[in-house]
Design a protein around this ligand. Structure first.
Ligand code: KG4
Length: 340
């Protein structure tokens, strides 16, 4: 293995990690949540600017924590997509500059592959496995028959589940990002408000969130118009039961149909306490193993990017220095560096 410096800047976290022979030496994350909070969501232009401001300090802190220098690295890795285009550019330009200056390979990493491989910090993958990738920007069910072999068998037809949590939180007057506050309020509520379980159509394992989001918004607005209040705890619980219920239902179906040995959770929404508990409960007695990532690797970080990069370094999978970002990069095309 090698010494790898990895950069992540696809959304609202500027992150730099350094690994040496698989050991995590530095894991720096500068989050912009406090800035975006007042807008109720990530403002792309502000996010890019903040990455530009933060990247230098994050790189320096990672070097300090690891006790290494740029010239000690064997490769520079970076999230190339998916994500916000301006944000991705900041990380890619930094990684390309370092690769060029220190004459070391550049390793572009798919963001969701990073979320999946974050689990390697706590467990060993057993194939075939099902990855339940649930984040602010993505909702995908991915079957892996081997390392770096991703087959998307189901996905959202519209909004991502995390995005839906954030919008519902906003309409309920809860802070951004909305996942954790809804999760907490749900614990005090009951699933007594009827919300439709959306039918995604399309594939057997697809999901849909825009209808659920609209149903919550309409319910809250109708109540307001009548001068009535909404019980936030009950709404959080009712919403969460349907939102996570869809994930559990599709995941269990895919796990059985593909005869998987393991299920792994990935992405920011995998921090959800109801999803974690219910997934564990439903897999009990099935013989299917479950890896749940520790909370520190559910949100965006560069340690997960380094994990994938180690594997690609071993394969000698490097990119040319004229590489561009790909905001819509699909995980099953992670080795395709052409820009569409
Ligand atoms: O993976 P992530 O950090 O960003 C993306 O790459 O998209 O995920 C952030 C998302 C946000 O939408 C946030 O509301 C959600 O993860 N989230 C949660 C919880 N904690 C964070 N959603 C549900 N329950 C949680 N406990």
């Amino acid at each position: 293995m090698a010494k790898i410096l990895a950069i992540e800047s696809s959304c609202d976290e500027t992150a730099v990690a350094i690994t040496d022979n698989g050991k995590l030496l530095a894991n720096v994350v500068a989050t912009q949540i406090a800035v975006h909070e007042k807008f109720g969501g990530v403002m792309p232009e502000i996010a890019s600017r903040l990455h530009t401001e933060n990247i230098g300090a994050c790189l320096q802190q990672a070097l300090d924590e690891s006790g290494l220098k740029f010239e000690d690295m064997d490769a520079f890795a970076v999230t190339r997509g998916p994500g916000l285009i301006g944000c991705l550019h900041v990380g890619l330009q930094a990684a390309k500059t370092l690769a060029m200056l220190y004459q070391k390979p550049l390793i572009p990493v798919h963001h969701l592959a990073g979320h999946i491989y974050a689990n390697e910090y706590v467990g060993t993958m057993q194939f075939p496995l099902l990855c339940v990738v649930v984040s602010g920007g993505n909702t995908e069910f991915v079957i892996m028959k081997d390392h770096m072999d991703f087959d998307i068998v189901g996905e959202t037809k519209d909004d991502a589940v995390g995005e839906c949590y954030d919008k519902v939180a906003r309409v309920l007057g809860l802070p951004y990002p909305g996942g954790l506050p809804i999760d907490q309020h749900a614990k005090n509520g009951k699933p007594v408000i009827h919300l439709p379980v959306p039918e995604a159509g399309g594939g057997k394992y697809d999901v849909s969130y825009s209808g659920l989001k609209t149903a919550v918004i309409n319910y809250v607005n109708n109540r307001k118009q009548k001068g009535e209040t909404v019980d936030v705890d009950d709404m959080a619980c009712s919403f969460q039961t349907v939102a996570i219920g869809m994930i559990l239902d599709k995941a269990m179906r895919a796990a059985k149909d593909y005869n998987v040995k393991q299920v792994i959770l990935a992405g920011g929404v995998s921090a959800n306490s109801y999803l974690r508990a219910k997934m564990k409960e439903q897999l009990e007695g099935t013989g299917i193993d479950l890896i749940i990532p520790p909370l520190w690797c559910t949100t965006d970080n560069a340690a997960m990017i380094a994990k994938v990069a180690e594997r690609l370094y071993e394969k000698g999978f490097f990119a040319p220095l004229d590489l561009g970002v790909d905001p819509n990069w699909k995980i099953d095309a992670w080795d395709d560096y052409s820009t569409r």
